[in-house]
Design a protein around this ligand. Structure first.
Ligand code: FAD
Ligand code: MLT
Ligand code: ZN
Length: 475
């Protein structure tokens, strides 16, 4: 898929030889995968939009093994593609050509958990859902949650600086990640795996690797702060007559729910149509142009229910909301969340997906969706808008039966120019990976790009780590 859609030339890295395979077999015995059938899935991204042709996948178990691998690849000038759960949305997790895939799948051990501070230290390949379960059994929750929880790895989450569904309440991984262990391109191990809340001893180096998408080092372990598990969780799923009402509902919600608000997500009617059509889910409220999912998380069930009740009365009486339903038991909460979380899956069943992940001023957050519907007309199958409204993050997605260069031409650079015109971000939370690397300039000044290149050259002088990703091809 890659060459036609995303023109790019292979850089002069070495090609993996039989001798290389023998040497790597010494490092990770029995865990050098070369069977073409086993390599199919890791060469293809979750959205099925980019495909690499790697002939080798390595499955290290320890940091020392990762260090050996990188030292060897660095010496031999072999390119390496770090891969976690392969759920990334921007083609960063799959090779572009024949890069060696370094999978963290077997690095799945919890190293420690402190049940007073809530600090979890674990290997990078732990699956997010498994970690959630582990800490929940101990009275805590992970500070992040996302629809891909069943497959994504914590190392991949940190490498992409994933936002997700709890961002509104617990903030960015840039705040909750306390320490990292990272193997650098030449195999050196950088152990900054501290569990301290406060540490102002010089530059905060871990921040360089959070959101670096595998281009500066391989994250091998993570220390992360987990909040206590709330004893009362409620979800309200509401229908709104227009986007202006969605915004007013958010405003009212913040004012009336305050400290117990833990999520404010929205989706439009087209999203509801798709989750119904492709996943068989049913809409729990009267059909509406927009739907809002509000979650509260607190410590007093009676207190939270009363607050939520007052809020609902207010938004229903004032006409901001036309219909709503509540969930407070686990089964119903999951059912309501599925409507929002599974939009990504429904879209991928609708055809080829053009995916945009934008940060925009709240007032203009939905304007582009209607604008594009008019601009694209019948050449698009569906144009939908959903996302983390509380974080100012719109997921704008366009589907079509198959990929079409002319539809892409109608979308880009239009979407990016429009976003830059609002001083928005062309990637709010998914990163740049391979597919968005050339649009970085819409959200960052040339001086920032130059500094990024200098940092890359300092940490990975041979450019072996995730080449063709994140940094623009042209200066
Ligand atoms: P991968 O996809 O394997 O890799 C992603 C990037 O990180 C690649 O560039 C890779 O090279 C690099 N990488 C992976 N592991 C390491 C490592 N150990 N060291 C260095 N680099 C590494 N994102 C959000 O922000 N918010 C959401 O709400 C959200 N929801 C999603 C829902 C679904 C259904 C799906 C499919 C994806 C969603 N995503 C979301 C995308 C998100 O980026 C990923 O789900 C997740 O953070 C990536 O983790 P992963 O382990 O799958 O990483
Ligand atoms: C989401 O919020 O559902 C994710 O970021 C995935 C997507 O954008 O589809
Ligand atoms: Zn998202």
């Amino acid at each position: 898929l890659t060459p036609e859609r995303y023109p790019v030339r292979r850089l002069p890295f070495s090609v993996v030889s039989e001798d290389d395979l023998a040497a790597l077999e010494q490092v990770v015995p029995g865990r050098v995968i070369t069977d073409p059938e086993d390599l199919e899935a890791p060469n293809l991204d979750w959205l099925r939009t980019v495909r690499g042709s790697s002939k080798v996948l390595l499955r290290p178990r320890t940091t020392q093994e990762v260090a050996h691998i990188l030292r060897y690849c660095h010496e031999r000038n072999l390119a390496v593609n770090p891969q976690g759960g392969n759920t990334g949305m921007v083609g960063g997790s799959t090779p572009v050509f024949d890069e060696i895939i370094l999978s963290t799948a077997l690095m799945n051990q919890v190293l420690s958990f402190h049940d007073v501070s809530g600090v979890l230290v674990c290997q990078a390949g732990c699956v997010l859902e498994a970690l959630s379960q582990y800490v929940e059994e101990r009275g805590f929750i992970m500070p992040l949650d996302l629809g891909a929880k069943g497959s994504c790895h914590i190392g991949g989450n940190v490498a992409t600086n994933a936002g997700g569904l709890r961002f509104l309440r617990y903030g960015s991984l840039r705040g909750t990640v306390l320490g990292l262990e990272v193997v650098l391109a030449d195999g050196a191990v950088l152990n900054c795996l501290t569990s301290l809340r406060k540490d102002n001893t010089g530059y905060d180096l871990k921040q360089l690797f959070i959101g670096s998408e595998g281009t500066l080092g391989v994250i091998t372990a993570v220390s992360i702060l987990c909040p206590p598990k709330p004893s009362a969780v409620n979800v309200a799923f509401l229908g709104c007559p227009g986007f202006a009402e969605v915004l007013q509902t958010f405003r009212t919600c913040r004012a009336m729910l305050g400290e117990i608000l833990s999520a404010f997500e929205f989706m439009d009617a087209e999203c509801m149509k798709l989750v119904r059509l492709h996943l068989g889910l049913s809409c729990p409220v009267q059909e509406s142009p927009f739907y809002v999912l509000i979650e509260t998380a607190g410590s007093g069930p009676g207190h939270d229910a009363e607050k939520l009740g007052c809020f609902l009365e207010q938004v229903l009486d004032s006409g901001l909301v036309t219909d709503g339903t509540l969930g407070s038991d686990e089964r119903r909460i999951k059912m309501l969340w599925a409507l929002r979380e599974r939009i990504t899956e429904a879209l991928s069943r609708d055809g080829y997906v053009y995916k945009y992940d934008l940060s925009l001023p709240l007032d203009r957050l939905y304007d582009l969706v209607g604008d594009l519907r008019a601009r694209l007309g019948p050449s698009a199958k569906h144009v939908v808008g959903y996302g983390h409204l509380g974080d100012g993050n719109l997921h704008l997605n366009v589907t079509a039966e198959t990929f079409s260069a002319s539809l892409l031409g109608a979308l880009e650079p239009y979407v990016y120019e429009w976003t830059a015109g609002q001083r928005g971000s062309v990637s709010a939370e998914h990163g740049l990976g391979f597919k968005k690397k050339d649009v970085l300039g819409y959200s960052k000044p040339p001086e920032a790009l130059q500094l990024m290149r200098q940092l890359k050259a300092l940490l990975d002088p041979k450019g072996i780590l995730n080449p063709y990703k994140m940094l623009p091809t042209h200066a």
